[in-house]
Design a protein. Structure first.
Length: 367
């Protein structure tokens, strides 16, 4: 019916010379989703010269006809939508290609992003009333943004077990470290999607406190063994009498040793100087020339037993008290005891002989 009316109207306009003239102005309107009406126009034809009931809404070229059969050509142009395209860093191989890029724009438009063979972007599943302008225009111009994995520098103390450093991303394996030292590390990631920023991990050696035995030697001797399976002791340089400070060097980088008891190495005087023998007071040459002093006895006893004394070769030496050693005193006392015992024995023998002689005399007197 519309086509029939359009044909009749066209026939009527062509056959009836009414002097229709086009106005010079050309109108253009951007699509708004609303009717685009030309003021004063009573008929509208599309670009195919088909009669339109009502006022045009969609994009296209139209002719608006006035009551005097004059007309004006105009068009409704697509609404331009500016779209900023960026890479979707969460996209992974196997996901839908249309999800590989993110689009940012003003308005509420539900379109699907696609591309031509040459890589230019296009919108599909959307009507022609909108024209999407993409920036960047081509796939090759879109910067591929990776997920950045960062971690602060960290410090630990050696424990003997693995130290676990997590990236907090489930798909990325943690870093495992054990021995003491300084490490510059980064997470092992798929370089297509991730970028791991290197960071420093410091593992400090564990401190062990040492309580040492006392170490010492005499001057001139070799140092004792100052090494164990775990550490080596070193001392300050020197071989004179005195104390020399110890330091402990660990054989493992995982431990350090702190000496908290007996941290000095002692060098003593020579043994012969340390252990001096007791010295007895020897008589001087003058003392040796002086006549020997006898033990305390009466002159009578001395005369009576001079002969016995001569036979007795025990010599008793009396030295000055303040110079006499313990050993000398012991010898002197022993000599006195030997002489006294012999003296008493001779006395008893003499008395017995005298008594025997007296008894014989008395017996002779009786006879």
């Amino acid at each position: 019916m519309k086509k029939l009316l359009g044909v009749l109207l066209a026939f009527f306009m062509c056959c009836v010379p009414i002097g229709i003239q086009a106005k010079e102005e050309v109108l253009s309107f951007e699509y708004t989703g609303q009717k685009i009406e030309v003021k004063g126009a009573i008929w509208y034809l599309n670009e195919d010269n088909e009669f339109i009931f009502g006022v045009p809404i969609d994009c296209g070229k139209y002719r608006a006809i006035y009551s005097d059969y004059s007309y004006v050509d105009y068009e409704i142009t697509p609404k331009v939508v500016h779209v900023n395209v960026r890479y979707n860093k969460d996209w992974r191989q196997g996901y839908q290609e249309e999800d590989r890029y993110l689009c940012e724009y003003d308005g509420d438009y539900e379109f699907k992003l696609d591309s031509y063979v040459n890589g230019d972007f296009k919108a599909i599943d959307y009507n022609d009333n909108y024209e999407f302008e993409f920036e960047p225009k081509n796939k090759k111009d879109v910067e591929i943004v990776k997920t950045t994995i960062t971690h602060p520098d960290v410090e630990y103390v050696y424990t003997g077990s693995d130290i676990v450093i997590d990236s907090k991303v489930d798909s990325i394996s943690p870093i495992l470290l054990k021995n003491a030292g300084e490490y510059i590390v980064s997470f092992s990631v798929d370089s297509n999607y991730y970028e791991s920023i290197p960071f420093k991990v410091t593992i400090l050696p564990k401190t062990v406190q040492l309580r040492l035995n006392k170490y010492q030697k005499y001057v001139g001797e070799k140092d004792p063994v100052l090494e164990t399976d775990d550490y080596i002791l070193t001392r300050e340089v020197g071989e004179g009498v005195g104390n020399y400070k110890f330091t402990a060097k660990s054989k493992s980088r995982n431990y350090k040793y702190e000496i908290i008891e007996n941290d000095m190495f002692t060098i003593l005087e020579n043994k012969t100087q340390q252990l001096k023998p007791e010295v007895t007071n020897q008589p001087s040459n003058d003392e040796k020339k002086e006549p020997l002093q006898s033990v305390n006895a009466s002159n009578k006893d001395k005369n009576k037993y001079a002969e016995a004394s001569d036979k007795n070769t025990n010599i008793i030496t009396e030295t000055k008290v303040d110079k006499e050693s313990t050993k000398t005193e012991t010898k002197v006392v022993t000599g006195v005891l030997n002489f006294t015992s012999m003296y008493y024995l001779m006395m008893v023998s003499c008395i017995a002989v005298i008594i025997y002689i007296l008894i014989i005399k008395e017996m002779l007197k009786v006879k």
